[in-house]
Design a protein around this ligand. Structure first.
Ligand code: MN3
Length: 198
């Protein structure tokens, strides 16, 4: 028998809490259908196999190094990335603490410059992927990854993420990914979460 299957975590806010930047309808599909499908597929792919019942992070790391487990890696990493994305968002506008604001200033020049560079990096990610703020050896850095790729398998520590797959914004913004990014970055990033991860 298998134990402790991967579960779909509860959203840390109400489905309409990010309106009008991210609509309740987008979240209904993004969380309720896409995120849930990654959870279900991860469980289907691990059921009865050697990784059944393992922690999600361990499943991802094990599958990342095994070409025969590419499908499992994609689904398990997408579960983790989405859970991290919901935590990266705050219904209320937040701002970095004074100490963290200094780190942003030292890495990017100013909060405004960071917002601009972060949005540009996300807009420049070709195709599906993720836009990350990471701790790179004690310094803040921007990183983009393709498809399900996640910094979890490398040395850079993820602090915040924004989903730039079309399913994250298409119902609300159609092809206007830069508008989606600008709104999320300016209004809904959870800076307390970023600082805790640092
Ligand atoms: Mn997504």
């Amino acid at each position: 028998m298998t134990t402790a299957a991967v579960e779909l975590p509860k959203l840390p806010f109400e489905g309409n809490a990010l309106e009008p930047v991210i609509s309740g309808r987008t979240l209904e599909f993004h969380y309720g259908k896409h995120h849930k499908a990654y959870v279900d597929k991860t469980n289907a792919l691990t059921e009865g196999a050697d990784l059944a019942g393992k922690r999600l992070e361990d499943v991802i790391r094990a599958a990342a190094g095994d070409a025969s487990k590419k499908g499992l890696f994609n689904n398990a990493a997408q579960v983790w990335n989405h859970t991290f994305f919901w935590k990266s968002l705050s219904p209320k506008q937040t701002s970095p603490s004074a100490g963290f604001a200094e780190k942003i200033k030292s890495a990017f020049g100013s909060q405004e410059e960071f917002n601009k560079k972060f949005a540009e990096a996300g807009a420049g990610q070709f195709g599906s992927g993720w836009l990350w703020l990471v701790n790179d050896g004690g310094k803040l850095a921007i990183l983009t990854t393709s498809n399900a790729e996640t910094p979890l398998t490398g040395s850079k520590k993820p602090l915040l993420v924004i989903d730039v797959w079309e399913h994250a914004y298409y119902l609300d913004y159609q092809n206007r990914r830069p508008d989606y990014l600008k709104a999320v970055i300016e209004k809904h990033l959870n800076w307390a979460f970023a600082e805790t991860n640092f």
